[in-house]
Design a protein. Sequence first.
Length: 97
Amino acid sequence: MSFLKKLFGGGGGSEGAADGKPVGEAVEHKGFLIRATPYKADGQFQTCGTITREVDGVLKEHRFVRADRFASQSDAADVAIKKGRQIVDEQGERIFS
């Protein structure tokens, strides 16, 4: 029965889907706001996050997902913040292009 629920979208939880819920506090880095949003995938937590910044009066957002997976949500969140900082350092506002 649980196989059928998962197959047809019932009771499957957030497995494999980004739920968009931030974990921990947002971090400001060079005028950008970085949030960790790891999600459950194959029994582990996938590294995922968002980078936002106001550009010309418009709030822009860039979502990133990395292949890194961790046993704990907090470890995935820590790496997401580090990856977000790295993206900002390397690309700056170009991430919104």
